[in-house]
Each structure stands twice: as C-alpha cells, then as structure tokens.
Design a protein around this ligand. Structure first.
Ligand code: DAT
Ligand code: MG
Length: 160
C-alpha cells in the first residue's frame, strides 16, 4: 500500500489525514541461492530496484527458528520440508526500504514458483524449485515489521 491522503469534510470542517505505509519490507536469501553464489546478483537487483538496505546479516536458522518464522504455514503439506530446507545452511536476512516496499519487492522477486516468475525477477534468475525459490519477501507491512524484529535489534538497523 502506498501512502495516500484522505480528506474528510464534516460539518464544514475539512480534516486531512495522511495514511503512510511503513515503506519497509523484509527479505531472506535462502540457503540454495546463497550456496549457488547468487547473493551478489540478488543484492544488485535489490539496489537496481531502488531499495535502500537498512540492515543485513548472514546467519543460519535453527529448526525451531524456521518453525516459528513459518508457523503460519504449519500443517500444510510442504511445511516440514520448508523448515528442513530453511535451516539447512546460511541465509542472508535484510530489511529493505523504499516507497511501497512490500508490493514493489514482491514484484521484483516474482511468483512463488520460479517456473511462473517473469524474466528479470529474482526468483526467475536464482530459484531452482517452488520450495527453493531463492528469496523470501514479506506479504504485508504488518508482517514486514514482525519479520524484521525476528532478526534485527534496533542497534543493527541503519536509520536514514
Ligand atoms: P511466498 O514465499 O511467495 O510468499 P508462500 O508464503 O505461499 O509463498 O509460501 C512460503 C514458502 O513455502 C515459499 O516461498 C516456498 C514454500 N512453498 C510454498 N508453496 C509450496 C509448495 N506447493 N511446495 C513446496 N514448497 C512450497
Ligand atoms: Mg509468503
């Protein structure tokens, strides 16, 4: 959601409310993409897409971390494989900033299944299967906040 201005005219009084999106999203470069040396080209695409990197680190998820991060998918047939995969090796976690960050980053990464992801997208270039699809991208401002807090303390974030 981009920011927008709402004008309310009530009993002759004009009230202006500016509603802002947080302009922040969260991403992870997943284990296969990291192992395949795709991190550099992914970071290039992130900058090319006009994003500012507010925080970034290489880390590895424990099985419990991956279970918690993806708990909204618990019970789905791919959940156990997803947890296994996401805790199998190093990942790069990052907070990205840009106007309309969540939506624009989802466009930059492409469809969940790399086979359906458009040419030029990160998942088209670096994804190897629907499960090992190169990167994570938050699906809402609210989840971007939750996911950023999952990985980064305030001290680890660059403030513009
Ligand atoms: P996205 O990552 O595009 O937001 P999602 O939230 O639906 O997709 O699923 C989270 C991750 O779970 C996804 O990046 C890869 C894995 N996944 C989703 N659907 C899958 C499937 N049908 N088979 C295997 N893995 C799947
Ligand atoms: Mg998702």
């Amino acid at each position: 959601m981009a920011s927008f201005i709402l004008y309310i005219n009530f009993a002759g009084k004009l009230t202006i409310i500016k509603i802002m999106s947080s302009n922040k999203t969260f991403t992870m470069i997943k284990p296969t993409a990291y192992k395949n040396n795709c991190a550099g080209s992914i970071i290039e695409k992130i900058y090319g897409g006009g994003f500012h990197i507010a925080a970034m680190k290489i880390t590895q998820l424990s099985k419990e971390d991956a279970q918690k991060f993806y708990e909204v998918h618990a019970g789905r047939p791919f959940y156990d494989g997803l947890v296994e995969f996401m805790s199998s090796g190093p990942i790069v976690a990052a907070i990205l900033e840009k106007e309309n960050a969540v939506e624009d980053y989802r466009k930059l990464i492409g469809a969940t299944n790399p086979e359906d992801a458009e040419e030029g997208t990160i998942r088209n270039a670096c994804g190897t299967s629907i499960g090992e699809n190169a990167v994570h991208g938050s699906d809402s401002d609210e989840n971007a906040e939750i996911e950023s807090n999952f990985f980064f303390s305030a001290r680890e974030r660059y403030q513009l």
